[in-house]
Design a binder for this molecule. Sequence first.
Ligand code: ZN
Ligand code: ZN
Length: 327
Amino acid sequence: MKFKELGWNGFLLQIPEEMRLTAESGNINSGYFKLEMENLLLEVKWEQINPKKPKSLAEISTSFIGSVKKSIEKTAKKKIDVKVKTAENIFISSHNARSMVLETGSGLREPTYIWICEKSNRIITAHFVFPPLMEEGEKLIEHLLGSFKCHTEEDLVTWSALNIRFSVPRSFLLTERRIAVGRTYLTFMDQRFSTFTEVGRRLSIEYFSMANVLFEDTYKDIDAWFQKNYWKDLKKSHKNIAFQSSEAGKIMRHNAVYRYGIRKSGLSTRKTTLCKNLTWYCSKSNRIYSITYTSYVSRPFFLKRKLNEEEEEKIFQNFLSSFKCHF
Ligand SMILES: [Zn+2]
Ligand SMILES: [Zn+2]
């Protein structure tokens, strides 16, 4: 069986090539994703550890089983009995995980693992569902769990899904998304508030697939595509920024167009906003990519705090150098 990498909200694991991300929500602190292929389903749920109310693995398991029971009863419209067989604890990503097998009367095998990752400050549940007769089922799960990583030593988080791969600082939270045929985007926000000052960053990764069909007339001329399909929206979402343009050079050997601008506004509260956009056509994936990075600092006039343009450029460049638009 061939495997590929999945990186999502601070998790990194090897999954079968035909397995797909079919549902997801939340951000790195608390969220959910579901992976599916024929005869196998994996749901991963996570939430932040609450230092004021630490929970034991037993308590977490009980509430997880309760929620499984509730959701099955809702679909079945009758009371059901969920039996739990506790299995031998195993190590996942160097954490001691509670391991159990749920019996929900579905006739399916449902091994479930729950563990606490102090390094990423999360409580994690991984729930598998597969037919008991599926050959290689147990082996496959062993492989998935063996590759499962829930934390990294660095401050960067790797995202690897939807045929793209990139890294962003951990403080960048996934806040908006649309994953659909035609147009997909993921938007990350990094916001900090302190007395008087607000600092924020927004990174939006967007792509349009099947470019040669949907943009038959312009996909070969990225400047023309940009003018026709993107420029208006970018200006609208970044009012009053006087954009400049230049050749951006290459991104993974593709020619990109580059727009950037800075805006200073306000009297008593001064706000500086910086925006950079890069757009290119990737012939290997037949997608048009558009990446927009915006950062701002808002502060009262008597504070000296300024937007550090060099630092912002560094964050943007680090992100771009990690970005893969095709494999
Ligand atoms: Zn961990
Ligand atoms: Zn590419």
